[in-house]
Design a protein around this ligand. Structure first.
Ligand code: DAK
Length: 258
């Protein structure tokens, strides 16, 4: 693991926390930060002591998008050779649940990062948006794709074309975020949700994530075949025996992720 210069990380109660930490530039995501986030996600994905991962900003913002100073000098070939989008793709391969806790601005690449997470808890005054159009570019790390899948074509186009900021209320109404809470409670409420999920059977969590993701891009038939195989697979686990025996014996299950 590289030294963490742009994020802070810690783990408690089975929840790993990644806090974006470039406050002087509103947590603008530079390349180093994206790499540090990805490497931490991948490290925790293999770490039995972490069941759920939370990505959060600081008290003021989640992040104001990719680092414009760093991007300004790029050209098509430098971007192609750098191939950093491949790193963003790997966020979607993380098997454990990832929850984004959003306050303040969540713009551009930061909105794409949040949309790459599985659940989003937002402050009532959080602001989401894709202001890339104001810079003469467009989202490139899934923004046009993921927003369209959530809101539908016409609504997504309006937000992407105008570059206006979307309120947390609108994001909630359109299924972009899971819940909104008072600003001062965002982290606490996210951790509550994360701790609750972290107590669930680990193998079930990952198989459910895989199956739900499959349903997004495949036909109902294909996704259901995949779901069924995952369902069958869980019957090879010790946790399935433990969960069902615990029910029969009227006690709490002790899941081990095996
Ligand atoms: N990049 C660099 N610095 C930023 C920044 C950013 N995105 N956002 C803010 N800052 C800096 C400001 O320059 C300022 O620095 P100083 O002047 O103090 O040195 C400091 O943070 C505080 O910002 P402001 O003074 O502007 O704060 P305000 O409260 O007045 O305004 C704001 C807040 C969020 C409205 C404003 O800062 C703003 O408009 N920021 C830019 C928002 C934006 O356009 N973001 C989208 C960037 S495009 C990629 C993957 C994804 C992407 C790209 C590539 N690859 C995989 C290769 C994504 C692209 C984007 O996100």
């Amino acid at each position: 693991m590289v030294n963490k210069e742009t994020i802070k990380t810690w783990a408690e109660d089975g929840v790993g926390v990644i806090q974006l930490n470039r406050p002087k530039v509103l947590n603008a995501l530079n390349r180093r930060m994206v790499t540090e986030i990805l490497l931490t996600l991948e490290e925790w994905d293999k770490d039995d002591s972490v069941a759920v991962i939370v990505v959060t900003g600081n008290y003021k913002v989640f992040a104001a998008g990719a680092d414009i100073d760093e991007m300004a000098g790029d050209d098509s070939i430098s971007l192609e050779l750098l191939n950093q989008f491949a790193e963003w793709d790997r966020i979607a391969w993380v098997k454990k649940p990832i929850i984004a806790a959003i306050n303040g601005y969540c713009l551009g690449g930061a909105f794409e990062l949040a949309l790459s997470c599985d659940l989003i808890v937002a402050a009532e005054d959080a602001q989401f948006g894709f202001p890339e159009i104001n810079l003469g570019v467009m989202p490139g790390a899934g923004g046009t794709v993921r927003l369209t899948k959530l809101m539908g074509r016409a609504k997504a186009l309006e937000w992407l074309w105008t570059g206006e900021y979307m309120s947390a209320k609108t994001a909630l109404e359109n299924g972009v975020v899971n819940r909104t809470v008072a600003r001062e409670l965002v982290f606490e409420e996210t951790m509550k949700l994360a701790r609750k999920i972290a107590k669930q059977a680990p193998l079930s969590l990952r198989m459910i994530k895989e199956s739900v993701n499959k349903s997004v891009d495949h036909s109902t038939y294909e996704a259901m075949q995949f779901e069924r195989k995952n369902f069958y697979m869980l019957f090879s686990s010790e946790d399935q025996k433990e969960g069902m025996n615990a029910f029969i014996e009227k006690r709490k299950p002790n899941f081990k992720g095996k």
